[in-house]
Every structure is written in C-alpha cells, then in structure tokens.
Design a protein around this ligand. Structure first.
Ligand code: ADP
Ligand code: MG
Length: 284
C-alpha cells in the first residue's frame, strides 16, 4: 500500500458545460503519501477545478481520480473520499458556521455521523494540532483571518483526513495570517504525515514545498522540485508567473554581472551566497 500513490489522476479531463472548452485537458499526476506538493498557475489554468476533482466534489468528464486507491466515481465511497481528502477553501468566512469555535469543529463530525461520545477527544486534538485550543470558546467571526483558517483546518483534521487540499487558502490573509496557516500545514505534513496539495499564487510559499506542479490551460506545464522549477525564470514568465523574491533578486544581480548562484530560493540561500561572495560582509 505504501508504494501506491496517495492521490492519482489519470488522463483526467473536465468540462463545465457540454460545449465549453476543457477546464482540464488530459492531466496525469501521482502524489505519493506524505508529499507536500504546491500547485501554481495563472488565473483560469485549472487549479481549482483540479482541487474539486481531487476530493470528489466534481467527477471526471474523462479519465479517473483515485484517492487512497478509491475511485471518486464509486458512489459508495464518496463520503470516505471527502473525509480522506479534506478541502480548505480561499475564504475562511464561508467555511465557518457555528457561533463557537468548538462547535464549528464538531459540525463536520456530526455530518459524517461520528458518535457524540467520540467527538470531544477528536475536537481537542484537532484544536491542539492547529494551535487553537485557547480559542475554543471564542466566536469564530471575531478571530483574525489566519485563526479562522486554522479553525477550518481543525474542522477537517477532526475527521482524520489523510490528505489536505488547500485552494489559495492564504490568499485573503495578511502576511502574519499566511505565515500561521502555512506553518500549521507544514507541521501537519511533517509530524502527522498528511499529504498536502497547496494551491497558491505566492511563489515564496511554493518555494517551501517538496514539489511544484505548474498548470497552464488545463494542463501540467512543469513538474519538479522548487529549485528545478524556479531556475527556469523565462519559462515561468512565458506562463505569466513570477519567481520567489530572492530568486528574482539573484537573477537581476546575475544580469548585472554578479557571480551569484542560480538556485537561490530563500533569504537563507541569499545570505549564504552573500557570505561566499563577500566573507567580510557578515560577521555573524
Ligand atoms: P484557477 O483555479 O486556476 O483560476 P479554474 O479551475 O477556476 O482555474 O478554472 C479553469 C477554467 O474553467 C477557466 O477557463 C474557468 O473560466 C472555467 N470555470 C471555472 N469554474 C467554472 C464554472 N463554475 N462554470 C464554468 N466554467 C468554469
Ligand atoms: Mg482558483
């Protein structure tokens, strides 16, 4: 079981209306269990459509989607599939329903028919895993954007998912909220082995993933490690995408003749290069 891909998409096509163009066009993708995979692509490239197919919210027009070996077309498995591959959306306000954080996390469990006596330990663990225990009696609508997203994630975690699909879940947050949510999900991936599909338009978030998939016109245009993907500045530009800020800076310096490494993604990479180029510039 360990070697079968956790999320498997085979020759997947999807169209919204019979006459409409394909929103996904023969996409094949295998995501191993425990991988943190970022998905990039300009608006309309098919990211959200793919996300909704990955948890059985939409069914393929052609091709197949398998979640832990379950075919999303199998009616008898649909609740298992939605529980196994939990989805976090962009707008935290649309995902919260109750007047108390605790009840919000309980809501999903009621929906999937978890017995009442099993709920409290599951809810407490989920709140703890997202760092929201101290907020459990609070009103969700009074929380910050980042805290709301963490409650939404707790609601999914309580259902014991094996994968999380996050569709631009930091897009509406301030920098602090984005950091909180990304770090929460990174920790769940690292410590609980939860598979993550992280859809984003922030290049610096994608730079922290194990793998980056780039979509364009309903197809996969690029697929590789962040270093492989972000070293292809011109290819990304042609797909109307940017590179992480430090990669861009390194590229600009190279163009001006500075002998700086090609593969810079993060501030730490940049500091290492500055140290190498100018050992006396840094004294720490
Ligand atoms: P992304 O999330 O990358 O911005 P989407 O998956 O939302 O892209 O969209 C892919 C394509 O499908 C686009 O051409 C978009 O216009 C179309 N599309 C998305 N949602 C709908 C919908 N509900 N009805 C009809 N067409 C849609
Ligand atoms: Mg989208």
């Amino acid at each position: 079981m360990k070697d079968t891909p956790h999320l498997k998409v085979e020759n997947l096509s999807y169209r919204y209306e019979p006459e409409a163009p394909l929103a996904l066009d023969r996409v094949s993708l295998s995501i191993p269990r425990g991988q943190f995979c970022a998905v990039l692509g300009h608006n309309g490239s098919g990211k959200s459509t793919l996300a909704k197919l990955l948890n059985g919210l939409y069914l393929p027009t052609e091709g197949s989607v398998f979640i832990s070996g379950m075919d999303t077309r199998d009616d008898s498995k649909i609740w298992d599939i939605r529980r196994t591959a939990g989805m976090v959306f962009q707008n935290p306000d649309n995902q919260l329903v109750a007047t108390r954080v605790y009840d919000d996390v309980a809501f999903g469990l009621e929906n999937i028919g978890v017995p009442t006596e099993e709920m409290p330990p599951r809810i407490d663990t989920a709140l703890q895993m997202t760092g929201m225990t101290d907020f459990k009696e609070r009103a969700p609508h009074l929380l910050s954007g980042g805290q709301k997203q963490r409650v939404a994630i707790a609601g999914i975690l309580a259902m014991h998912p094996e994968a999380l699909i996050l569709d631009e879940s930091t897009a509406m947050l301030d920098p602090q909220g984005r950091k909180e949510v990304l770090q929460t999900v990174q920790r769940l991936n690292r410590e609980q082995g939860i598979t993550v599909v992280w859809i984003t338009h922030f290049m610096e978030e994608a730079a922290t993933a194990q793998r980056v998939v780039v979509m364009d016109h309903g197809r996969i245009a690029m697929d590789g490690s962040p270093r492989e993907i972000f070293s292809q500045v011109d290819h990304l530009r042609a797909l109307r995408l940017d590179v992480p800020p430090m990669t861009r800076l390194a590229h600009m310096l190279q163009e001006r003749g500075v002998d700086i490494a090609q593969s810079i993604l993060t501030v730490d990479d940049m500091v290492r290069e500055v140290k190498r180029l100018c050992p006396s510039c840094l004294n720490r």
